[in-house]
Write a protein that binds this ligand. Structure first.
Ligand SMILES: [Zn+2]
Length: 68
């Protein structure tokens, strides 16, 4: 008995993945989410190592000059 869904073969890793029936297959073929993540990183050459100071604290600026 099949549940709602279908299988597509990822063209990168060649594995079968469960995809939703509503998924529209791109022209270049199906790429699983896992490989898409890796693929995108390679393409953009993202530097994930030097991501230390990513937490910027922003204090909401109030106009603290007007006392009534
Ligand atoms: Zn894959």
């Amino acid at each position: 008995m099949k549940r709602g869904g279908r299988h597509e073969t990822c063209k990168v890793c060649g594995k079968d993945w469960n995809v939703s029936l509503q998924l529209i297959l791109p022209e270049h073929g199906y790429i699983c989410p896992h490989c898409r993540g890796l693929y995108n990183k390679e393409v953009h050459g993202e530097k994930s190592e030097n991501k230390r100071s990513g937490a910027r604290r922003r204090k909401p600026r109030r106009t603290s000059g007007s006392r009534d």
